[in-house]
Design a binder for this molecule. Sequence first.
Ligand code: SF4
Ligand code: SF4
Ligand code: FES
Length: 325
Amino acid sequence: MKIKIKISRCDPMGKGWCEPFLQAYDIEAKEGMTILDALHLVKDVQDGTLAFRRSCRSAICGSCAVNINGFPKLACKTHLIAEYKKRKEIIIEPLSNHRVIKDLVVDFNTFWEKINKVEPWLNRKTAISGQRSAVSKQTVLKINNSSKCIMCGCCNGACNTLEIDKRFIAPAALAKAWRFVGDVREVDKKKRLEKLSEAHGMWDCVRCVNCTQYCPKDVAPLQAIERLRAEAINQGVIDNHGAKHVESMVDSVKRVGRLDEAAMTFKTLGFLRSIGMIPFGFRMEMHGKMPMPLIFPQIEKIEEVKKIYEEVKKRKKQAEVKVEK
Ligand code: SF4
Ligand code: SF4
Ligand code: FES
């Protein structure tokens, strides 16, 4: 079947910048063909100037990530005809949130800088010669997903926080960070968590789930972020806005059975910074987005909510005793 594919072209050579535009190519699509096969067909037969990355062609190396019909995917793992039937068009563009070097090739320097920031190696006590360092299957399973990352950048390309703040550490590096924080042999967990809790770190994630949705290897970066946050609170790394926000949410639901936005702001930001938020609070109030402070009503049957908290506390204690045994 004949398919028209549109590819983003952009060549800044000699200019330092370029304006991307879509160039259409007609190709003969065969059963089983991938988007990467289509790109090769265009380059080999129609236009040798087209630039894109690839290596393994088997969804292993992570180098062929591009936007296909607006979403980050591996070109070698996406079937051309199936995608065309689903979306009625094929538009291939470079990965979002990365600077374009040429056509579909993006600059991965910032991606690697973020990965390096989380120090992707294990800090462990010096092994005693001849002594085995046994790690149970259960503890390995906790970090198994993060180990499956192929560094394709699809998650960073889909990240809403990264889109508005280029300094955000971003999901790929956070998934990698959990690989080491979650490792029972790691000796610097707390230090790592303190660093990850700094500005532009793990607490800036807005939990949009895009990273988990578009990861082609089921790494589930958002789950890694949630585990990092829980571990930080467990380890007492709570002197930051993110952890304070979580604590104020938990406290608010326990106290009144719902979110008391005004009280949460004070607990999260402190008194002085909260004063500066008052105009914003009024705007939210006018749009019905914030219950009135002070007259905030406690829900009926608040005692039922408190019972849930007691039950969670009891179960947590039981789980701790089990681990100690
Ligand atoms: S869940 Fe968080 S890290 Fe993942 S894409 Fe959304 S904002 Fe980014
Ligand atoms: S977490 Fe998934 S999407 Fe992100 S770089 Fe690793 S493999 Fe790619
Ligand atoms: S070419 Fe290696 S992942 Fe696609």
